[in-house]
Design a protein. Structure first.
Length: 387
């Protein structure tokens, strides 16, 4: 069994690089069409630890999470363009938040229904799932740390977060043929789509990406400073048992810090790969979470998958009511839903399928999810805890 911290880091880093390399290679990228790279980045370290190849109790995992998670969140949030998000207009934003509200209400309802099957201790797991489905993987990992979700609870939630969104994305893609029928039912104002197209074109940024060693050094320096500052401030703030811990404060502070930095010239670091570096660090944190879990802990995943579909059903109901009231097209229903449940990787794809040329709408709504998902997930978790 490998116990030396440096050897564990090397092995986990190797697994991450292997998965990301296979996912980009043209001959093997098709393998990840259903189970995405982020799943394997979590699952392979879990298998390695379960079979006794590395020490699942090594203190190096906590150290990596404590330092790299805040660092990655600063970089992931750095390129956020608040002006472009607000430029989407009130209808698009209202549809996104209607979907997020549906996730929150659906999560609390689903937890209430499935609590006898999975156990009351799963309140934190449902909260982490809500954070993911209000934003994305980064939000789920951040909420997991803020809520101190136990490994045996987080593991099956990763399965749910993989299976349900991909099945739901297939359903949304198939729904493109129903656009005309739906838009008649919702009395859609087609000017909404024309206006979105105009706003996206006005805000389009075609600047090239320019990577350099100096740029990478600046990115890493900013990430380290953001991580250190957020932890330093978090230690000075009061703690409330089962509500606010130092880890919770760290996530809240680093999220606010990332948003504030996105309003400064530092957001230009995206041109040299800030968010890509951030996601690489985030996925490395995910390998350490997987290494602490056990394959045996995913036995309750089937019940939780059913619970996930209950959440999606309530989420869909919220979106349908909002579409009827706002006269929103099916394009915005599907795009907002995928921005919530799928995230930045898949929301632009769904938007493009429904309205060619409007993929940026999906991207911007998904980025909005990255901004708000962690906070909404924490609120949902504590609502579940009250049950």
């Amino acid at each position: 069994m490998i116990r030396h911290p440096l050897l564990i880091i090397a092995l986990l880093l190797g697994l991450e690089l292997l998965v990301l390399g296979l996912a980009r290679h043209k001959r093997t990228m098709g393998w990840f069409s259903f189970l995405p790279p982020v799943f394997w980045i979590y699952f392979l370290p879990m298998l390695v630890a379960t079979f006794g190849l590395i020490d699942p109790q090594s203190p190096v995992y906590a150290t990596i999470t404590r330092w790299l998670l805040p660092a990655s969140l600063v970089l992931v949030l750095l390129p956020v363009d608040m002006k472009a998000i607000l430029r989407l207009g009130p209808v698009a934003l209202a549809m996104f938040f209607s979907g997020a509200a549906g996730i929150m209400v659906g999560t609390v309802l689903s937890f209430a229904l499935f609590k006898p099957l999975v156990g009351a201790e799963f309140w934190s797991g449902f909260g982490a799932l809500s954070a993911s489905w209000s934003g994305g993987s980064a939000n789920m990992i951040a909420a997991r740390e803020a809520l101190s979700v136990p490994d045996h609870i987080f593991a099956p939630m990763v399965i749910v977060d993989t299976v349900v969104p991909y099945l739901w994305m297939g359903i949304l893609m198939a729904g493109v043929t129903l656009q005309a029928t739906f838009d008649r039912w919702s009395r859609t104002d087609r000017a909404i789509i024309d206006d979105l197209g105009r706003r996206i074109e006005e805000g389009r940024d075609n600047g090239p990406e320019q990577r350099s060693p100096g740029g990478l050094a600046a990115i890493l320096l900013l990430a380290a400073a953001g991580s250190g500052l957020s932890q330093l401030l978090a230690r000075q703030l009061p703690q409330i048992k089962d509500l606010l811990s130092t880890a919770t404060w760290t996530i809240v502070i680093v999220t606010l810090l990332g948003i504030m930095l996105s309003l400064t010239p530092l957001r230009r670091l995206e041109r040299v790969g800030a968010s890509k570096t951030g996601y690489f660090l985030l996925y490395f944190v995910l390998t350490t979470i997987g290494a602490r879990a056990s394959v045996a802990s995913i036995g309750s995943a089937l019940s939780l998958i059913l619970a996930g579909f209950v959440i999606v059903a309530v989420h869909t109901l919220f979106l349908l009511v909002a579409a009827r009231l706002l006269r929103a097209p099916l394009f915005l229903v599907a795009t907002a839903s995928q921005a919530n449940i799928g995230g930045v990787a898949s929301a632009p794809m769904v938007a493009e399928v429904y309205q060619p040329g409007l993929a940026p709408v999906g991207l911007l709504l998904a980025i909005l999810g990255n901004l708000t998902g962690t906070g909404l997930g924490l609120l949902t978790a504590h609502a579940c805890r009250l049950l």
